[in-house]
Design a protein around this ligand. Sequence first.
Ligand SMILES: [Zn+2]
Length: 87
Amino acid sequence: MRVQSVAMVLGRTIHLHGASRERFLSDVAWMRHEACHIKQYQRFGFFGFLWRYFAEYLRRGYYNNILEVAARAAEQDPAILDNIEII
Ligand SMILES: [Zn+2]
């Protein structure tokens, strides 16, 4: 059975489930995706992001959520990792 790899961003922290830190750091597209969510938090604020995300989820579901659409687009954008420091 394959355990699904999930990342969830809360503020500036990426929480990984079913994936190691090494696996995450070896997947540039995945890192860009989650970095985009961190920038969305910075733009909207902690509760602003969560409110928007939930409202979009109710309206459009997961895949068409505008915050997910933007994060998927960011997977092709090397610049999204600028100003992101991984500690
Ligand atoms: Zn996402």
